[in-house]
Design a protein. Structure first.
Length: 342
């Protein structure tokens, strides 16, 4: 007997033994399994919200590990199904690890690996602390694919869709018309309010790559030409870098460089190197940039800004052109004239 035949033999044997158990015993086993499941260390939902798909309201959550979940009950309604979990189990019965809405023999030829990978129920704690059951948000699109592939088979083989399948296939068509896998993630993030946190997390990853934890030794990062061009376009006499420049130059550095490299970058820089009670910082902002990513990015941007200044005949022309190719990112900041000078 080959390994697959043996596995199938043992599985069927287990199912046969289970079928012989009295109903009360089967119920007791299900309840004990449910208790063990809910007593486990479950992930918690940090964000929850509803959205509409295919004309039906769907409830969703983003778990602490960033998994996007559609609750079981609304997942079923979106698919045109209305069954409820068996009492005490917290999840609809499964066979071969498939939820009931994929168990029908007629669907099996259309259930592929992508469906199997996402079809396991997800147990979690809701924000209120109650029990939650759901499925990976992207599963709904995969299940809709299964149903519509089944529909295509029926149309080819039978010439039509039997009435008992029409409701679920209509729901699947509505879902496919509205969604892609990326779309369901975006809908869940918007409905739960997670999209703002997601954006901040993505930015934090950028900051962690671009910035260092400790100050680097000071090194000249802004060439004299950068400042010479500011003086030329402003009509100021250049007397050398070591002469205290007008206070506005610090604001220009923030505006043209730090505010345009990444959204919120200057705020992150200033939070990592706050001013002392005397109003000074212990170093220059560029000393926080990492050697491998941060400094090359900074140098490239400074060079680009300098080239735009050299090509401009006036201050207004330079600013207009820079705004077109490298606009300030994030909020519209006031021009800071009290920041550290380079």
């Amino acid at each position: 007997m080959g390994p697959f035949m043996a596995e199938d033999y043992h599985r069927k044997g287990g199912e046969a033994r289970k079928a012989k158990l009295p109903a009360a015993r089967r119920s007791d086993i299900a309840k004990k399994a449910a208790e063990a499941r809910w007593n486990a260390d479950l992930p918690e939902a940090d964000f929850e919200g509803d959205f509409e798909i295919g004309g039906r309201i769907v409830s969703s959550a983003v778990l602490r590990d960033q998994r996007r979940v559609i609750t079981q009950a609304t997942f079923l309604r979106a698919l045109g199904r209305s069954r409820s979990p068996k009492a005490g189990t917290g999840v609809l019965s499964t066979a071969d690890n498939l939820p009931f809405f994929l168990q029908a023999n007629v669907l099996q030829p259309f259930v592929d690996e992508s469906v199997l990978a996402a079809a396991k129920p997800i147990f979690y704690r809701t924000r209120s602390g109650s029990k939650g059951v759901g499925y990976d948000g992207t599963l709904i699109r995969h299940v809709a694919d299964v149903y519509t592939r089944f529909r295509d088979h029926l149309l080819t083989d039978k010439g039509g869709v039997p009435p008992r399948y029409q409701k679920m296939i209509a729901a699947a068509e509505a879902i496919k018309a509205a969604l892609t896998d990326v779309g369901i993630t975006a809908l869940i993030d918007e409905a739960t309010g997670y999209q703002d946190v997601r954006n901040r997390l993505a930015l934090q990853e950028i900051f962690d790559a671009v910035l260092r934890k400790e100050l680097a030794a000071w090194a000249k990062r802004f060439p004299d030409e950068f400042y010479k061009q500011i003086f030329r376009l402003r009509g100021w006499a250049w007397r050398g870098r070591n002469i205290n420049p007008p206070q506005a130059v610090a604001g220009y550095t923030n505006n043209f460089i730090y505010d345009r490299l990444a959204p919120g970058l200057r705020k992150e820089l200033e939070s990592r190197m706050p001013k002392s009670d005397s109003g000074n910082r212990k170093g220059r902002l560029h000393q926080l940039f990492s050697d491998d990513i941060g400094h090359p990015m900074l140098a490239q941007h400074v060079h680009m800004v300098t080239m735009f200044m050299k090509a401009a005949g006036s201050w207004d022309e330079f600013v207009r052109n820079l705004d077109k190719v490298a606009p300030r990112l994030g909020d519209n900041y006031e021009l800071a004239l009290d920041s550290d000078q380079e």
